[in-house]
Design a protein around this ligand. Structure first.
Ligand SMILES: *Cc1c(COP(=O)(O)O)cnc(C)c1O
Ligand code: SF4
Length: 342
């Protein structure tokens, strides 16, 4: 992931210079710089040298601007700041917690669930979330680069029951629009496909990405397009994000949100309720609230299942039903996400 991220940035360091590429180049990559910008002491990252080497800090400036200066517990900062406790070896927290490597149906194609297949379109992201279940994923071997597209299409043709393709990653919107437009039009030639789903955090962390070029190919697709964004806290949804989401809706995209329940970020009913309300104001329906996947280095984010149900029951008691996300966990080998009974 690390090398691919750097590579992706270098490859596109070109003259066309989309504004979002520029914003990405300006992102924080040095934890000390981020801490200085926030007026926080450098010792917050004491002991984090190894985690930083393995999964470097990456935070767009626009995202950092939504953090509270001087607050080491800021819920946005917590998501991205490498910490010494990531070194803790916790039983059960492993490199591939959701069994992705055993579900590969072809290069970068994960076919776990009936009717939909997930394409790891790139390993790159615009932000590095410390709790990410793919933080150790071997993207270089497992993602479907352009040379693999023909094989992906072949696999889909062999499974005519698949009517939805999910672009994921990393973050699929890290690819250029030329490339995405080309991939999507190849997919559109498969008559079996009805829906195109894009799992992306870019409208949240780099709203500049939602530009005319992106909206152009989305707007002209014959497929129904769904964007599943990834926000964990209402503070992530500022005006620039709301604007980007409105533009997506204006070209007919259905917007859903998935969150991860994270200790110290959103593990309170009030915080989750405010997130749902804010999402709805931005035209986004809450979809899933995931229990943390037990990925090595992220154990300090974990909320026990029993506490999670308690929190979500409190959300359910205060919000209309349509604003309550489904509490789920991902279990390797299961035919769908697993609902946690409340
Ligand atoms: C989560 C996931 C999906 C999507 O599941 P939905 O319940 O349809 O949102 C599809 N494929 C894979 C491999 C997944 O991990
Ligand atoms: S944006 Fe998504 S895939 Fe990328 S690091 Fe964050 S959680 Fe992981």
């Amino acid at each position: 992931m690390i090398t691919l991220t750097t590579q992706a940035i270098q490859n596109h360091d070109d003259a066309r210079g989309a504004a979002w590429r520029h914003a990405l180049r300006m992102a924080f990559r040095d934890p000390h710089e981020l801490l200085e910008y926030l007026g926080l002491p450098a010792d917050l990252i004491a002991g984090a040298e190894q985690p930083i080497r393995e999964f470097p800090l990456l935070v767009p400036r626009g995202y950092a601007a939504r953090m509270q200066r001087g607050d080491p517990h800021d819920p946005l900062l917590r998501q991205v700041l490498p910490l010494g406790i990531e070194n803790a070896k916790v039983p059960g927290f492993v490199a591939d917690p959701v069994g992705d490597l055993t579900s590969l149906a072809g290069p970068g194609l994960l076919h776990k669930y009936q009717g939909r297949a997930l394409l790891i379109a790139t390993g790159a992201c615009a932000i590095h979330c410390r709790y990410c279940f793919r933080r150790h994923f071997p993207y270089a071997e497992a993602s479907a680069s352009r040379g693999h597209w023909a094989e992906v299409l072949e696999t889909l043709r062999a499974h005519p029951e698949i009517d939805e393709i999910i672009l994921s990653g990393g973050d699929p919107l890290m690819l250029d629009d030329d490339k995405l437009g080309e991939l999507v039009s190849a997919l559109e030639h498969l008559p079996q496909l009805r829906r195109l789903r894009v799992h992306t955090r870019l409208p949240i962390v780099l709203p500049e990405r939602v530009d005319d070029a992106l909206l152009a190919w989305i707007g002209r697709s014959r497929l129904q397009v769904i964007c599943v964004i990834h926000a964990n806290h209402a503070n992530e949804l500022d005006h620039s994000v709301a604007h980007a989401l409105t533009r997506l809706r204006d070209v007919g995209v259905t917007l859903l949100n998935q969150s991860v329940l994270l200790r110290g970020v959103n593990d309170h009913a009030e915080i989750l309720s405010e997130l749902s309300l804010r999402l709805f104001e931005c035209g986004v329906m809450p979809y899933y609230l995931h229990l943390l996947d037990p990925v090595a280095g992220a154990a300090h984010f974990e909320i026990e299942e029993q506490d999670a149900t308690h929190i979500v029951r409190a959300v359910r008691a205060r919000l209309p039903g349509y604003l309550v996300p489904r509490l789920v966990r991902e279990e390797a080998g299961q035919p769908s996400k697993t609902d946690i009974p409340l």
